[in-house]
Design a protein around this ligand. Structure first.
Ligand code: CTP
Ligand code: CA
Length: 225
């Protein structure tokens, strides 16, 4: 993959990519998070930059090295991600939301470490903002690409997200399949389009998935000219 001669078909295109998990604070030593490692989003950012795009990567905490020629912004919570995404949205052409954003955060967080008590602990959680859904409502010229990580009813849930979030593409994967989902270097995805055509890809590296997705984005951008 390293030896590929990259043309620059995405020259001048502003792409905003989100990656990784979010962290929702409980106290100075604890948080809620998920299994996302950021590999898929970092691969998309890397490939998009190699194809000539101006790339901003908004990333939750990962152990990955930021790709070359990508403006990387590190964030922690879903709310941080929402604010940074909104700031860049007006001058963005394409948004690719591969981040695994927390759906809930503790209603209350503490500045001092919580001490354990003899009894059960009940913690009340509230919904975070659905960033992608908000972007869908504010959409003008932007192309919106979502991800759907599912364990069951993949096609049904993915198509529903495509509709309700007003997306142009959704990349669905079954995170319980071997070789797909969290932490692996490969993925098995199906890309659904607005008119519900689908592209079912076999198992391939996350870099190859990124390339196939960006090829599709390029075709849609061409059509919109
Ligand atoms: N997403 C987002 N903001 C959130 C939650 C999700 O922008 N607060 C985005 C994700 O980045 C992803 C898409 O929405 O691109 C789908 O995320 P997913 O968790 O699969 O779907 P949800 O709408 O959160 O529904 P559920 O978790 O119930 O399946
Ligand atoms: Ca979710």
């Amino acid at each position: 993959f390293e030896k590929i001669e990259w043309g620059k078909p995405l020259n001048g295109v502003n792409i905003l990519i989100t990656a990784g998990p979010t962290r929702e604070k409980v106290d100075p030593v604890r948080f809620f998070t998920n299994h996302s490692t950021g590999k898929m989003g970092y691969a998309i950012a890397d490939v998009a930059a190699k194809l000539g795009a101006n790339v901003i990567l908004i990333s939750g905490p990962t152990t990955l090295v930021p790709p070359e020629n990508v403006k990387t912004i590190q964030i922690e919570s879903a709310q941080d991600m929402y604010e940074r995404v909104l700031e860049h949205y007006p001058h963005t052409d394409v948004v690719i939301k591969s981040a695994a954003v927390a759906d809930y955060r503790p209603i209350q967080s503490f500045d001092q470490k919580m001490k354990k008590q003899p009894d059960d602990l009940q913690m009340k959680m509230e919904r975070t903002t659905d960033i992608l859904k908000e972007l869908g409502k504010l959409k003008k010229h932007q192309l919106l690409v979502g991800f759907a990580a599912e364990t069951n009813n993949v096609e049904e849930y993915a198509k529903r997200k495509l509709e309700t979030k007003n997306l142009d593409l959704i990349v669905a994967n079954n995170v319980s399949s071997v070789g797909a989902g969290f932490g692996t270097d490969t993925n098995i995805v199906t890309i659904y389009e607005r008119d519900l055509r689908k592209i079912e890809l076999p198992i391939m590296s996350k870099y190859e998935v990124a390339k196939r997705l960006l090829d599709k984005v390029q075709v849609l951008l061409k059509g919109a000219e």
